[in-house]
Design a protein around this ligand. Sequence first.
Ligand SMILES: Cc1cc2nc3c(=O)[nH]c(=O)nc-3n(C[C@H](O)[C@H](O)[C@H](O)COP(=O)(O)O)c2cc1C
Length: 318
Amino acid sequence: MHNIWRGKKNLTALAPMADYTDSPFCRICREIASKPFIAFREMVSSEAIIRGNEKTFKMCEFNKIERPIVIQIFGAEPKNIAEAANAICEKYKPDGIDINMGCPVPKISGKVLAGAALMKNHNKAVEIVRILKKINLGVPVSVKTRLGWSKEDEILTFAPKLEEAGADAITIHGRTKIQGYAGQANWKMIGEVKKIISIPVIANGDIKSAEDIKKCLEITGADGVMIGRGALGNPWIFKNDEYEITNQELINTVLRHARLHLERYGERGIVTFRKHLAWYFKGDRIVGIKNVKKLKAELMKINLLEELKKILQTQISV
Ligand SMILES: Cc1cc2nc3c(=O)[nH]c(=O)nc-3n(C[C@H](O)[C@H](O)[C@H](O)COP(=O)(O)O)c2cc1C
């Protein structure tokens, strides 16, 4: 088995983000990344896969340029997750399968007892990893989780159980389920986990710059970092060190991303591309824009790629 997690140091990973880390965005990040890089795709439902839901299958498609690609599955029933993982591996041959054990959204952690709910049911979580290892998918099986459901040190008992069950790597978002996205990610606690298990540990939460990557690796001693929101509208975070983009580069990347997005979703896809535009033009990263407010307002109304091109070319000085 080719194990993408083995022998990697200072790895950077794109976090799985529903509605964002689709094929076009993973491809953009891959093209820009100059550090060791793994892209995680947005989570897919094991139940939808075994029902043969076409839309869910399509969410797993990728271009081989995006490799290494990890597909994340959420679910609660070990057998169903195994069946779904098998179907995905047979059809798409990703480089890894990841199990979501951290999602706090009520639809997932409340109703179906998947995602973060698995942190309250260690036996079920262990059973999931065991069965996935047993059916021998031919790719590594990793887990993405949080520090705990309500206490930050729950991970100190959970992570060793996942390792023992055979997990090939673990990503830890430095917050509890109860915290949601509030407060500051606790990188120190991730460091405590790193000390007690020997599979690769990937640290996640609040990494927004090259400096954060360095600091997080230092504090956690982790094998890599995973970046979510810090990569939205900022794929350059996967480049070496603090990288200053030019306005021309920004325009080129936005337009390339938009074209890939339209190839994937069709002409109407420009409407769902607006969410990426909001991130590309968030904050004050871009200098030389004549009227930022006007630019943003116009971008949120575009209906055609040509309109996007025109707005960028006329309102941003290069
Ligand atoms: C819009 C959005 C969608 C997300 N979707 C997923 C998902 O599908 N699976 C998952 O494990 N985590 C998901 N997360 C959590 C992120 O992967 C990550 O753990 C979290 O955002 C913290 O990292 P960050 O501070 O770098 O963003 C999502 C987060 C956001 C903001």
